[in-house]
Design a protein around this ligand. Structure first.
Ligand code: HEM
Length: 725
């Protein structure tokens, strides 16, 4: 191939892509061949797409962005099949690099086969057959209300609704509205810490918003000495006002803006800036299994692929690259999971372990029931695990958060023993996560406890040099607690979540989250200020708009403080002391501080949550209450509806004699009486039994297989707690 032909080939490629790379078969074969030939001279194919991309960027090959992406993709094409490639390009770092150069990669969706598939895809694609992209990873977030950017397009909301004034600094609002003034926030004696942990675990199943990065995917430094020099397209730093009381004068919190989304056709939108959700929106255990096939490969046990990978017996999550967290003790490892935030706090890591343990337990049960094919075993266990996560979310967590009455009124209740199929699937519902929901649901930050603790059995005593209780700021991004007490920390943290009480759902955040978030080398963040700041840079309209435009309230005069009918007088006085107008109040602060009389949360949060959780059920073709092929038979559905978080805990971390509330979220409630684990209704998989059916390979009745039958008996005994330790 001559140099001229090569140059020609590159220019064809470059012209063809215009900053957008579609990796379908539309590329002319001769162009591909030319590129590949050229590349064999410069690099051996590597399996790491990020490395590959960086190799091209080393300086020698000075093509424009689109050509670089094209070359990377072509090399990858020589290594991976089209469907594997689908997942690889959605590698977060690679995506960030592409994004930062204004180059977008479009998935070539083909739903053939998925219409009849029993199992959902990993990236959420083809769930909706008319709109295969709805709810999938790396989609633009949708909005419940139109955005309210300062310039109508992209700049964060900074101006007050009245006059020429500006909105209060997010840190100032945090100090006035969300400080616990150094006194630990009161605990809600009626709920366990599972509310906190489930809340975050669920968040990490449905939304993850990537932030802008530098050109090579590296973190940005957003704090300029002169604020006027801040790159406002990529950065939204928080300059802490002087005399803060905690942060030193001149402190600036380094906050990159969320990465802008490109539109569905991969173009920079002409309209307002939108944000990305890099995980699937569906409640589909993506935090356990990942949001792409490429992620899942790293999470499955490579030797027995029906199982998820675990370490230390069944007690720790799989290891990750050690740059994913901060390690302080040699021999410990960062954790890996379906969601990259697994290392944020150790109790979250322990929940990830719990649902990996549950997957592996289900695999063992299915094996005892005659399931043999590793892929089928894996997929069925995944389907059952996801069904349990959906069931626990609606039947327990939302039943508490929104109340059963509200769920009933809104037709969102999971019917109990009177098991029938859910018939409300509606393919016209877009399940993409709502940007506004992503801000409002941060209400869970009020549940963050001041400390993390390992459960100890009497008469164990704590190690004075390495105590079982640690301040939360000492546990961020550090999995050490999982490794403590002979690497039994994961189960002990889960047990502590059952014993501990959750901080009240109020406006106050613990200092460990509000002053010392991610404390490292003396630098820390304020989570309340981040939430407010994030809402503004996402163009989230002010609180009052949600009351009127989304939730249908009529306010005679939204600019009058007398319109604040959902807040108590003390809160209104505090709001008045910081905001110029009620029309300025940020969504997160305004909604979180609504008065709570009988309900846990106020009407505006209820209305936002209902909108999102209705979509996540009604728009999910694989919702667990639907009939086969996407859902289950009635017998199987009945079995799933028996389960609970308590059942999952009893099956994986507790002995049969441990006494637990029927709802692990609500300890000791009259409706949720305490029972020993042996009496907690458990996941009964007998409806999955393949015994009695003809084995198509041998033609024999499988029940004749005495050995397997014996195994089943042993497993049943183990399940009932007789053999269980
Ligand atoms: C120790 C526990 C937690 C920590 C350290 C934590 C920390 C964070 C941080 C740093 C962010 C991003 C802030 C920003 O820059 O905008 C965030 C976002 C978020 N958090 Fe939390 N959080 C915790 C628990 C929770 C809980 C319990 C919930 C809900 C019940 C929750 C819901 C959310 C949501 C919905 C987002 C937005 C996610 C996204 O768009 O990517 N978090 N959290």
């Amino acid at each position: 191939m001559s140099t001229i032909t090569l140059l020609l080939a590159f220019s064809v490629l470059t012209c063809a892509v215009h900053g957008t790379y579609y990796y379908d078969s539309s590329f002319a074969a001769n162009v591909l061949t030319a590129v590949q030939l050229a590349l064999t001279n410069i690099a051996q194919p590597t399996e790491d797409p990020v490395q590959l991309f960086q190799l091209f960027e080393s300086g020698k090959y000075n093509e424009n962005n689109a050509a670089l992406v094209a070359k990377t993709m072509d090399i990858l094409k020589t290594i991976y099949t089209d469907s594997e490639l689908n997942n690889i390009v959605y590698n977060e770092t690679l995506y960030a690099i592409f994004q930062s150069r204004g180059v977008c990669v479009v998935k070539n969706l083909n739903c053939t086969g998925q219409a009849t598939s029993v199992y959902r895809t990993l990236d959420g694609s083809c769930n909706n057959l008319n709109h295969p992209e709805w709810g999938m990873a790396f989609r633009s977030q949708r909005r419940l209300l139109n955005p309210a950017y300062d310039d109508g397009v992209s700049s964060p909301r900074v101006h007050s609704a009245i006059g020429t004034g500006t909105l209060p600094n997010p840190r100032t609002i945090s100090n006035v509205m969300h400080s616990n003034k150094g006194i630990s926030t009161p605990l809600d004696q009626k709920i366990s810490l599972h509310v906190f942990q489930w809340g975050q675990f669920l968040d990490h199943d449905i939304i993850s918003t990537p932030v802008s990065t530098g050109v090579n995917g590296d973190a940005l430094s957003c704090c300029e000495t002169n604020p006027a020099n801040v790159n406002t397209d990529k950065c939204a730093p928080i300059y802490v006002p002087n005399s803060d009381g905690f942060f030193a004068d001149g402190t600036c919190m380094n906050v990159p803006r969320s990465a802008p989304a490109l539109d569905g056709n991969c173009n920079t939108p002409t309209g307002p800036r939108q944000q990305v959700n890099k995980i699937t929106s569906y409640i589909d255990g993506s935090n356990v299994y990942g949001s792409s096939a490429a992620e899942l490969i790293k999470l499955r046990n490579p030797n027995s692929t029906e199982y998820m990978a675990v370490t230390n017996g069944n007690n720790l999550p799989p290891n990750n690259d050690n740059s994913a967290c901060t390690l302080t003790v040699q021999g410990e490892s960062c954790s890996n999971a379906g969601d990259s935030r697994v290392n944020v706090v150790p109790s979250l890591g322990s929940y990830h372990t719990l649902f990996v343990q549950e997957h592996n337990r289900i695999v063992n049960l299915l094996k005892g029931l005659g399931w043999t094919d590793p892929e089928e075993l894996f997929q069925e266990a995944r389907k059952i695990n996801i069904a349990q996560i959906q069931h626990i979310t609606y039947n327990e967590f939302l039943s508490w958060l929104l109340t059963r009455t509200v769920l009933q009124q809104n037709n969102l209740i999971i019917t109990g023993s009177r098991t029938t199929f859910f018939t409300g699937y509606d393919p016209t519902i877009n399940t993409d996560i709502a940007n506004d929901f992503g801000i409002a649901y941060r209400i869970g930050h009020t549940w963050i406890p001041a400390q993390m603790k390992l459960h100890t059995d009497f008469p164990e005593t704590s190690d004075i040099n390495d105590p079982d209780v640690k301040n939360i700021e000492d546990t961020y991004h550090n999995p050490h607690m999982l490794y403590m007490r002979g690497r039994t920390g994961s189960n002990r943290l889960v047990k502590w979540l059952t014993e501990g009480r959750c901080p009240r759902t109020d406006r106050l955040l613990e200092d460990g989250a509000r002053n010392k978030l991610f404390l490292k080398n003396g630098v820390s963040f304020d989570l309340a200020a981040l939430n407010i700041n994030r809402g503004r840079e996402h163009g989230i309209p002010p609180y009052w708009k949600y009351r009127t435009e989304l939730c249908g309230e009529t306010l005679a005069d939204p600019s009058s403080w007398s319109s604040m009918t959902l807040h108590d007088n003390i809160t209104i006085a505090l709001l008045k002391s910081v905001y110029q107008s009620p029309m300025d109040i940020d969504l997160w602060t305004g909604a979180l501080t609504e008065s709570i009389s009988t309900a846990v949360i106020g009407p505006t949060l209820t209305c936002i949550f209902l909108a999102q959780f209705r979509a996540l059920r009604n728009g999910d073709r694989y919702w667990f209450e639907r009939p086969e092929p996407e859902g289950f038979s009635l017998a199987k559905l009945t079995a799933i509806k028996q389960t609970s978080l308590a059942a999952v805990l009893c099956a994986n971390v507790y002995d049969a004699s441990f006494v637990i509330s029927q709802s692990a979220f609500i300890p000791g409630d009259v409706r949720n009486v305490l029972l020993p684990c042996s009496q907690i209704p458990k996941l009964d998989l007998s409806a999955w039994s393949r015994f009695g059916k003809r084995n198509l390979n041998t033609g024999k009745d499988e029940f004749e297989n005495k050995l397997v039958h014996l195994l089943l008996e042993i497993l049943k005994e183990k399940e009932s707690g007789d053999v269980k330790k």
